[in-house]
Design a protein around this ligand. Structure first.
Ligand SMILES: Cc1cc2nc3c(=O)[nH]c(=O)nc-3n(C[C@H](O)[C@H](O)[C@H](O)COP(=O)(O)OP(=O)(O)OC[C@H]3O[C@@H](n4cnc5c(N)ncnc54)[C@H](O)[C@@H]3O)c2cc1C
Length: 473
């Protein structure tokens, strides 16, 4: 296993779960496991350097948590305030209730929201009548929303929400690879509004992400990483050991190790779970085409500033989970997450923790500013948007924490070309967030599938059908 992020850990655990007799070694370049997942505890605050929760509507993360006995450590989002705000003309407004990422499911909140103009609302309502697209090839998220709901809904609602999730530019992002469910809705129902109305009604109030579907480890993401690692034999994990080269030899797959007593190590099979850029470099000597497909995957950069304040310094009621900022507002932050409102135990009593996201593909140069400047930007923006008066008691910068792969239009075809190329190399599997989803559940699934493929092809010893079926998926 190359890479000890959540993908590599899930893959390693899956291999041993299915075939305990396997000898597995996990090489991680850093001195700690988890990759982008990292929790910092400071002065009573619990600060996530990257992901702070995951969705449970797909089974893979929650299923893994159950299998390792970690599910009792998961907490849901706080039940009050399951709303998000959006900025319009410098003021925070609730996203219309029932507006879920890209489409409305309730009429009244849309009619009454101050976020859209009367013309914008009328154009949104016309979506019901817009015929479905005849072509079935991929298109950008932005093109899809402008075509169905009009420019204003895109600029004021969808761009900030999607920009917040992917830190990317929706004019480049693939609809098929990021929000395929909405493409399917159009094809099946002819209209997203019609599709949303046909869905079973949920009693929960809310907007933005489907907050009731998210959970977080009570003690932060690092505790999940530690729980998976604890299920692996201690001697199987080699920290501080970057792999610099990968080669197929007569003795098997040869890994070149840095900072290790031995220069090389040999294995029957390898799963590479590093991000696209290092994976591309490792593929250079193996398959040039594959290396170049991976090398083309663009990553958006974003820095996160975490600020802790005494509650009384903030005049806004913070009756929501966070705020997203449309690019059209021309501010210097993408979004701010009210972490201590969203989950318990993120800040001491009478304090709040707010994580501010700066940069992303549309303002890439901001992510690279010096720490002092990132802190200044975050504090100025929060003081203007939330009425913060006074100094934070905690400040912490995760520089360029978010190197998020961007699934541009045509990404699904790219993935299928890569999968085809990979079939030429028995015993080699690739997994991670460059392929079929950036979310933690998708990464876990990607790692587990890679492990299962290796076992089913017999390159890493084959699992008997009984062994495989003893785990519910
Ligand atoms: C800011 C941010 C917020 C996010 N928020 C959420 C969220 O709320 N919910 C959610 O579900 N997802 C979220 N995500 C996405 C999710 O966290 C990531 O996609 C996922 O954690 C990636 O895991 P990974 O193991 O594939 O990659 P990584 O975490 O990048 O791990 C790869 C590992 O490979 C190692 N490595 C690299 N090169 C080598 C080498 N040559 N040899 C050995 N090791 C090497 C690295 O050191 C690293 O540890 C977020 C991501 C970011 C960046």
């Amino acid at each position: 296993m190359i890479g000890g992020g959540i993908t590599g850990l899930a893959a390693a655990y899956r291999l041993l779960e299915l075939k305990p007799s396997l000898e597995v070694t996990l090489f991680e370049a850093a001195e700690r496991l988890g990759g982008v997942l990292r929790t910092v505890h400071k002065d009573g605050f619990l600060i996530e350097a990257a992901a702070d929760n995951f969705i449970t509507t797909v089974p893979w993360a929650i299923d893994l948590c159950r299998r390792i006995g970690f599910d009792d450590q998961l907490v849901p989002t706080n039940s009050g305030s399951r709303h998000a705000f959006v900025v319009r003309r410098g003021k925070l407004h609730h996203l219309p209730d029932g507006f879920v990422v890209m489409a409305p499911s309730k009429l009244w909140p849309i009619l009454t929201t101050p976020i859209l103009s009367p013309l914008g609302k009328l154009r949104m309502a016309c979506e019901y009548l817009i015929p479905r697209r005849r072509r079935t090839d991929d298109e950008s998220l932005a093109a899809f929303i402008r075509r169905r709901f009009g420019r204003e809904t895109y600029e004021r609602l969808v761009q900030p929400l999607v920009g917040g999730i992917y830190t990317g530019d929706p004019d480049k992002l693939s609809l098929r690879s990021t929000m395929s469910r909405f493409a399917d809705m159009e094809q099946q129902h002819g209209s997203l509004i019609r599709a949303m109305y046909k869905q079973p009604k949920r009693s929960e109030q809310g907007s933005g992400a489907r907050y009731s579907m998210f959970v977080a480890p009570r003690d932060g993401m690092s505790s999940l990483v530690a729980a998976i690692a604890a299920k692996l034999p201690a001697e199987s994990i080699r920290l501080g050991t970057p792999i610099t080269n990968l080669e197929r030899t007569e003795r098997g797959w040869m890994l070149s190790l840095l900072n290790a007593p031995e220069p090389n190590a040999y294995f029957d099979a390898v799963i590479v779970t590093t991000p696209a850029e290092p994976t591309s470099r490792l593929m250079e000597g193996i398959n040039e085409e594959l290396a170049s497909e991976l090398g083309e995957i663009h990553h958006a950069r974003c820095s996160i500033v975490s600020l802790g304040y005494p509650r009384e310094l903030i005049s806004h009621p913070l009756d929501g989970f966070g705020v997203v900022v449309p690019a059209i507002e021309r501010r210097r932050i993408l979004s701010a997450s009210f972490s201590s409102v969203k989950y318990p135990g993120r800040a001491p009593a009478d304090s709040v923790l707010i994580r501010v996201f700066i940069g992303g593909d549309c303002q890439a140069e901001l992510a690279d500013r010096a720490d002092e400047e990132l802190l200044r930007i975050a504090r100025e923006e929060l003081s203007q948007l939330l009425g913060v008066r006074g100094e934070p008691t905690l400040q912490c910068v995760s520089r360029r924490a978010a190197k998020m792969p961007q699934y541009f239009v045509g990404h699904a075809d790219k993935v299928s070309r890569m999968r085809n190329l990979l079939t030429r190399h028995p015993g080699l599997q690739l997994a991670g967030n460059a392929f079929d989803g950036v979310g933690i559940p998708n990464c876990i699934h990607s790692g587990e599938q890679a492990a299962e493929r290796l076992l089913s092809t017999g390159t890493a010893g084959s699992a008997t059908p009984n062994e495989c079926s003893s785990y519910s998926r």
